[in-house]
Write a protein that binds this ligand. Sequence first.
Ligand SMILES: [Zn+2]
Length: 136
Amino acid sequence: MSGPPPPVDADTAGWWDATRERRLVVQECLACGALQHPPRPLCLTCGGVELGWREVGGGAQVDAWTVVHRSAGPGFDPPYVLARVRLDEGPLLLSRLDGPPGHRCGERVRLTWSALPDGRHLPVFTALDPSAPNKD
Ligand SMILES: [Zn+2]
């Protein structure tokens, strides 16, 4: 899945810059400490506008998923799995989900990266080996 490069704006620039170093970050409110994603101009919890970035560990679990059968445009090669994952730090994130078929909600996934032509990276999550012991 590649497609046209995703757009960058003032709110998302810091997020995209981190992906150049394959670091996944979420917004952190400097007033109340809430974490949120995707990046926004203000905190959804307290309305604060002083926001920073917190690097997250890349662990997550599947919150919802679907199989995309129709291409969203050039470079999107169906079928692929689109998932909403809940990061261990709390925020939700939409991502492609790789790994063997038969995903389930609550399944543990880990972060990998897909390179974009301009040096940025897209976070992609991969299902952990289901035969591995569950450490939750
Ligand atoms: Zn806040």
